[in-house]
Design a binder for this molecule. Structure first.
Ligand code: FES
Length: 147
């Protein structure tokens, strides 16, 4: 168990992260931080939890769902501060997802160039409406109903 001097109260953590106490409790429920309890049943957080919460906030800003963030962060060590190598491993997973998203967006942007001013959304020729004629490979006839 960490030394009391090396831990933070929930108020300390709120001040250091800019989060509200209720937001910290929410992240705790999601498993992003795991405080220990004092004999008086008060929460105490590691200083490393400042970085855990900051990382989660940045990942959310990058568009990652909280469940994904929680799943990845569960791979960090419990009860001690993660090392640089721990963080590098976690960041690598997020980077792969971001790289794939960026590649998809770049492809869509390039396809959009041909569609600006067109607006046909033709299933036969439009690369935005039907990329690489995916629907054509599923056979003839209607595949879905547009709302
Ligand atoms: S909108 Fe016409 S080709 Fe894409």
């Amino acid at each position: 168990m960490p030394e009391p001097a090396a831990t933070l109260t929930i108020g300390d953590l709120a001040r250091r992260t800019g989060l509200s106490v209720s937001a910290i409790r929410f992240y705790e429920e999601k498993g992003l931080v795991e405080p220990h309890r004092t004999r008086g049943n008060q929460r105490r957080y590691l200083r490393a939890d400042i970085r855990r919460l900051s990382f989660a906030l940045i990942a959310q800003r990058l568009g990652f769902p909280l469940d994904h963030i929680a799943r990845e962060m569960a791979k960090l060590p419990h009860g001690r501060a993660p090392t640089q190598e721990d963080w590098r491993r976690i960041s690598g997973g997020f980077r792969q997802v971001l790289d794939a998203r960026i590649a998809t967006l770049e492809r869509m942007r390039d396809r959009l160039d041909g569609c600006i001013g067109c607006g046909c959304l033709s299933l036969e020729k439009c690369q935005l409406a039907n990329p690489e004629d995916r629907l054509g490979r599923e056979g003839p006839g209607p595949r879905f109903v547009l709302d």
